[in-house]
Design a protein around this ligand. Structure first.
Ligand SMILES: Cc1cc2nc3c(=O)[nH]c(=O)nc-3n(C[C@H](O)[C@H](O)[C@H](O)COP(=O)(O)OP(=O)(O)OC[C@H]3O[C@@H](n4cnc5c(N)ncnc54)[C@H](O)[C@@H]3O)c2cc1C
Length: 398
């Protein structure tokens, strides 16, 4: 028998690790000193966005002709993980800015749409949002009630969207929304995606939500009353909106998984340090296996979550080169998102427990981590939705 070929399995390259160091240094110097204050003040720090742009983070996966680096999706996950390790709100600002803001325009936009929106988004001079969820259509996003009808060469949009990230900042330039544009033969809605520039008459950005966590991330409801945009604001082909958003969510789930890894990593570091230095009964608390075993389990969960995340990102990069199927990426994304986000929530519970009473105090970042974690199991598809996707991928009836 001949020798086996060496495996070509995924592994982060030296370039990725060097890039990780650059983002980590930025996060430590420019984000960490302010994270608690931004959280306390419930303030979206708009000034950080151009800095993220300058570092090239919004353009990592964008071709050079639109101002990007033409890099891989894996590098974006590294950046999200590193920002998320310090501040989940800033991590989601990047994740949503690229995954939900830039990605649909880059993937489905006409040349004119790309030229119009991408350079500013890549530079961090602007942010874009993606409005899929509605007050009565979340997990069942195909049940969208927002409607758009063609009238005199314009789309007229009426409806509402809920919980839209990056939709109400001072620099938000455009929101892509899904809307019913007709009814298909079998009675199901025809769904299309339409870009709506900020400030279009009839578009109302509702007041920011009062959230449990992600206090420094921008989240608003949007309402549309007779909003008119030119016909060429359709994004991609008419009726393709459903397929487009499913694909957008696959990528977004890997990004959220990376955000969760960053959070779990932060909990591991904080718990390890505290278990070594906090004393009770005359000894460091980490001497007790009741504490150290929890921290050891945390290390296992972080490692597993990171492997699942970067495997999914690797598959996504291979898919981009035509070497992996959509189905493989979809399954890997759902598995990674489900595991990593549940691991992150558990990690914040361990970290706050290890910190004891201090863990309940906002003075310590683990309290913020605890509040920030829960949304990870909900946004871009709940844990239940991930299990549905995984079961479907296994061929189970659903
Ligand atoms: C801070 C924040 C930011 C967000 N950002 C965005 C954004 O930028 N763009 C956007 O479009 N959306 C965004 N969302 C919306 C988010 O994606 C939805 O909240 C999420 O998909 C869940 O939808 P829902 O809230 O309507 O819950 P529901 O769909 O009402 O679900 C409620 C519960 O029922 C469960 N459930 C529903 N159906 C089933 C089923 N068939 N089987 C088992 N369980 C089921 C769910 O898992 C959940 O536990 C954001 C949400 C938040 C909170």
């Amino acid at each position: 028998m001949s020798a086996f070929e060496p495996t070509t399995s995924f592994e982060l390259s030296k370039d990725h690790e060097d890039f990780r160091s650059v983002v980590r240094e930025f996060a430590e110097e420019q984000v960490r000193p302010h994270a608690d204050r931004w959280d306390r003040e419930h303030r979206f720090p708009v000034e950080i966005v151009p800095q993220l742009g300058e570092l090239g983070l919004f353009g990592l996966v964008v071709p050079e002709e639109y101002g990007g680096a033409g890099g891989d999706f894996t590098s974006l996950c590294v950046a999200i993980e590193e920002l998320g390790r310090v501040d989940q709100s800033i991590g989601i600002t990047l994740s949503a800015g690229v995954g939900l803001g830039i990605n649909p325009i880059l993937s489905y936009g006409t040349e004119e749409q790309k030229q119009r929106w991408l350079p500013d988004l890549v530079a961090g001079r602007a942010l874009a949002a993606f409005g899929l969820t509605e007050p009565d259509a979340g997990s069942d996003a195909g049940a969208t009630r927002t409607r758009a009808r063609l009238e005199d060469g314009e789309w007229v949009v009426d409806g509402a969207k809920a919980f839209i990230t990056n939709s109400g900042t001072d620099i938000t330039s455009v929101v892509t929304v899904t809307a019913r544009t007709g009814t298909l033969d079998h009675g199901r809605p025809e769904i299309s995606a339409i870009t709506i520039p900020s400030g279009t008459p009839g578009l109302t950005v509702e007041p920011a939500y009062d959230k449990l966590g992600w206090h420094a991330s921008d989240t608003h409801g949007l309402t549309f009353e007779g909003v008119r945009v030119p016909e060429n604001h359709l994004l991609g082909a008419r009726g393709e909106g459903f397929k487009q958003f499913l694909k957008t969510l696959d990528d977004g789930r890997i990004a959220i998984s990376a955000l969760a890894v960053g959070l779990a990593q932060a909990c591991l570091e904080a718990s390890t340090e505290y278990a070594k230095t906090r004393t009770a009964f005359g000894r460091p608390i980490g001497v007790n296996q009741g504490v150290s075993f929890q921290v050891a389990d945390l290390a296992v969960a972080v490692e597993a979550a990171r492997m699942l995340t970067y495997k999914a990102a690797w598959l996504k990069d291979l898919h981009h080169q035509g070497r992996r199927s959509v189905a493989e990426v979809k399954q890997a994304a759902a598995i990674a998102k489900l595991y990593s986000t549940e691991a992150a929530v558990a990690a914040t519970r361990v970290a706050t427990q290890v910190y004891g009473g201090n863990g309940f105090m906002e003075e310590y970042p683990v309290a913020r981590f605890y509040r920030d974690a829960k949304i990870l199991e909900i946004g871009e598809g709940t844990s239940e939705v991930q299990r549905m996707v995984i079961a479907r991928g296994l061929g189970l009836p659903s």
